[in-house]
Design a protein around this ligand. Sequence first.
Ligand code: ATP
Ligand code: MG
Length: 214
Amino acid sequence: MSGITIALSKGRIFEETLPLLAAAGITPTDDPEKSRKLIIGTNRPDVRLVIVRATDTPTYVQYGAADMGIAGKDVLIEHGGVGLYQPLDLNIARCRLCVAVPEGFDYAAATQPGGRIRIATKYVGAARQHFAAKGVHVDLIKLYGSMELAPLVGLSDAIVDLVSTGGTLRANKLEAVEDIMEISSRLVVNQAALKVKRELLQPVIEAFAGAVTP
Ligand code: ATP
Ligand code: MG
């Protein structure tokens, strides 16, 4: 495609990206929450949006199926960032990656150097790195959703998950015991597209940069 294709996921990333798109003079012609279309046009004939699963955004951009996209740091860490230029932290979809345990679980005892802990998570890369740095052996169990359930039914001792308000943890009698990192979403750009389509992409990157709220 000669124009620009931007990969976005539905939900918070799409909603929080709308003001950034507006700053670049881009208005979607459909609402992905209402429409079942996966390719959404915009007011600009040379700009289209593709609606993908949040974890798939880096993959679409890596292979050039989308020229740019917006993805959480959590997703980018697990993906590895191969082939992606990451020019901007957009400071949207903010949350924390945390270790959480059932209320009353002795996390300090379990994570003494040389200790061993069983962790259920979608974020196995970040979790492995975190516990390796602490010198704690970790048995990782990969899950794809509802991590909070795992320690309640004996699948794991603890979870590594994203937390914003902590409401879901409290509702399941879990507590965050350690912050691993702050998470926000970044603009990712295909490196080859940036060279070939620089005159189209650069103004969008600059408009986004000017619209980021600190
Ligand atoms: P699904 O919820 O459909 O399983 P998902 O979790 O991959 O998909 P979202 O929930 O839309 O997708 O999350 C997209 C991104 O938003 C995440 O990768 C993360 O960076 C961020 N995010 C996730 N949960 C929260 C949260 N509770 N508060 C703020 N940002 C969040
Ligand atoms: Mg989610």
